[in-house]
Design a protein around this ligand. Structure first.
Ligand SMILES: [Zn+2]
Length: 232
């Protein structure tokens, strides 16, 4: 959708769609989405993880399962008031590019800091299953976009970001005191590349519908139902 100033509203978590299928990305951004039920279990897990990381943050440390970050010389971001603003307000890290024609807004889960002070974006991911090898591809643009937002807000930014995965350890265990396993996943980010990609996204959205994509299941589904996206 567009802002009242006529800029495309982009958010870090919605960027993977561009890589997955440009036709769906175009349609998702041109039409109001159907209301989604909130994923309450995921939000609850996010709250638990924020509280968990904050508890250790007070001592400049990470929870035991993320201790390996300390060996990398990484520390938690200590300014909790600023972090809580970035966590709560979608507009706190807003980037507006009128030339390219978009506005980028979004909330971040956590921030880490390199030994030299550069910021490292981090996102908690909770799931029923251990992350698959190729899972990074879904989140690389999201993490790079956070880095880009920091940069535009005058911060120095690292070329790495982290996914902090938490997943159910043993699904056959009938206890409701569910145990979680975790995995700290390093993701390389390129701020120049994401800036270009965001401009490309706005350019695509300013053109007419690219036509349905034969290789996309979602496009084929809609096309089979009369092609609701078949609009020029
Ligand atoms: Zn598609």
């Amino acid at each position: 959708m567009k802002t009242k100033e006529g800029l495309w509203k982009l958010s870090p978590s919605g960027l993977y769609g561009y890589t997955e299928c440009r036709s769906c990305f175009w349609a998702d951004n041109h039409y109001k989405k159907a209301p989604m039920l909130p994923l309450l279990l995921n939000s609850a897990m996010d709250s638990i993880l924020k509280a968990r990381y904050d508890k250790y943050r007070a001592d400049g440390a990470f929870p035991p399962e993320a201790k390996e970050l300390e060996k990398e010389g990484i520390k938690p971001f200590e300014d909790i008031d600023t972090l809580n603003e970035w966590r709560a307000k979608t507009g706190a890290l807003k980037v507006v590019d009128e030339g390219a024609g978009y506005e980028l807004t979004g909330k971040i889960d956590d921030v880490l800091v390199e030994a030299d002070g550069r910021l490292i974006p981090a996102d908690y991911k909770s799931s029923g299953n251990a992350p698959k090898e190729d899972k990074q591809k879904y989140y690389r643009d999201q993490l790079a976009a956070y880095g880009f937002m920091f940069k535009k807000h005058g911060r120095k930014v690292s070329d790495r970001a982290y996914l902090l995965h938490y997943f159910v350890k043993d699904k056959s265990n009938p206890s409701i005191e569910v145990k979680f396993a975790s995995h700290v996943d390093l993701v390389k980010i390129d701020l120049g590349a994401i800036e270009q990609k965001l401009a490309d996204m706005a350019k695509l959205l300013n053109k007419s519908y690219p036509g349905h994509n034969e290789d996309c299941g979602k496009c084929s589904y809609h096309n089979g139902r009369g092609g609701i996206f078949d609009i020029t």
